[in-house]
Design a protein around this ligand. Structure first.
Ligand SMILES: [Zn+2]
Length: 381
């Protein structure tokens, strides 16, 4: 069974060799791309869909999200907008609600957010635990996340929960909690930040996770220019996420490594914080990804198009750089080469925009431009 998509006004492949193809077509077969090129040269297929001049991109890859939780922190957000600062401690209120929720409630909330992500053009997403902070709830969190995505991250080291000694909690995170979670996760992450975990504690958690077969990624340099980025590079983490406060040495270290700098501008938007130095990173040659960081505290948005618009307006990325970071950059941050670009053999994860060009993602902020979404060749929208 083959499907021809034709009438593509602009195909922005994100593949370095194919680049952007005007008046394009492509063929999907068994969930993969079987042919790409000029519409005039398209082969026959079993079915054909004419996209009427719309722009087609790879599905967005959201490489950073916290989606297994219960509860609501809208009041905290409203208070922050009147001037109260964001701190790591707000996480504890979500922990209480998450522990009290049933599996069914957590699963229903995750399914709703997954549908939102699809509607926003996201075809692959990462999902962290970290609102359980006890063995049973962390294990439930990674197990439920793994029902919806292969990119599951164990984040027992999100914050030290109330009522437990710091050293005892780290022993739990690196011991019984890790043992309970590892089989359901691909990644290990730590909130390496003022008010959460310091560099030595973070290194110990990442090393324990790596010894259990998980690959490292790290929340780094969100609130201060601490040592998180240097640690991420030291352990060859797939990604250092946030990078809001960077030194020149941090930028050099990222540019000289295979660790992706993942920028999360919806968080700066939602916490009214300074934006990261995307230009410094890009101009130094670092690989940059854009992700939502969708979470109930510091930024509750699944809108990758809005993240792209902010990256252009506030981080001074070009629209082409922002779209690349939201697709190929996200794929690099998950160390995947089957997604995030469109080439023969890659997975048929596609977004058709209700626009002739991806420029409209930044030019028309907040406007729902996602027309259709295909995940492995199947329409999800
Ligand atoms: Zn996060």
């Amino acid at each position: 069974m083959t499907t021809l998509l034709t009438g593509i006004g602009l195909l922005a492949t994100q593949d370095p060799e194919l680049g952007e193809i005007p008046d394009a077509a492509l063929v999907i077969e068994d969930g993969r791309l079987a042919w790409i090129g000029a519409a005039a040269h398209a082969p026959e297929a079993d079915t054909a869909i004419d996209l009427g001049g719309r722009c087609v991109l790879p599905g967005f890859v959201d490489s950073h999200a916290h989606l297994v939780f219960a509860g609501d922190r809208a009041e905290e957000f409203a208070a922050r907008m009147t001037g109260q600062p964001y701190t790591a401690g707000g996480i504890r209120s979500t922990v209480a609600a998450t522990r009290a929720a049933s599996d069914e409630q957590l699963r229903a909330n995750l399914s709703k957010l997954t549908a939102e992500l699809h509607a926003a053009g996201v075809t692959t997403f990462e999902c962290k635990s970290g609102y359980g902070l006890d063995v049973a709830t962390e294990q439930r969190s990674v197990r439920i996340a793994a029902e919806q995505t292969p990119e599951v991250t164990y984040l027992g080291a999100h914050v030290v929960p109330a009522g437990i000694d710091r050293g005892d909690y780290l022993d739990l995170v690196c011991g019984p909690m890790l043992a309970a979670c590892a089989e359901h996760a691909r990644w290990v992450d730590v909130f390496c930040e003022q008010g959460a975990f310091d560099v030595d504690e973070s290194r110990a958690v990442l090393r324990a996770g790596m010894a259990a077969g998980l690959a490292p990624r790290l929340h780094a340099n969100q609130l201060i220019a601490g040592g998180g980025v240097a640690l991420a590079v030291e352990v060859d983490a797939a990604s250092a996420d946030h990078c809001t406060h960077l030194t020149a040495a941090d930028i050099d270290a990222l540019a000289g490594s295979s660790t992706v700098a993942t920028l999360l501008p919806l968080v700066e938007f939602s916490t009214r914080s300074p934006y990261p130095d995307a230009r410094g990173l890009l101009d130094a040659g670092a690989t940059v990804a854009l992700a939502t960081d969708c979470n109930p505290g510091s930024g509750f948005s699944t809108s990758m198009p809005l993240a792209i618009a902010l990256a252009v307006r506030e981080l001074r990325m070009t629209p082409a750089e922002a779209v690349h970071a939201a697709t190929a950059g996200g794929a690099r941050a998950l160390r995947r080469d089957d997604i995030g670009r469109l080439a023969v053999g890659s997975r048929a994860d596609l977004v058709a925009l209700d626009a002739p060009s991806y420029l409209h993602l930044a030019y028309r902020p907040g406007v729902p431009l996602i027309h259709r979404v295909w995940l492995a060749g199947q329409k999800v929208r």
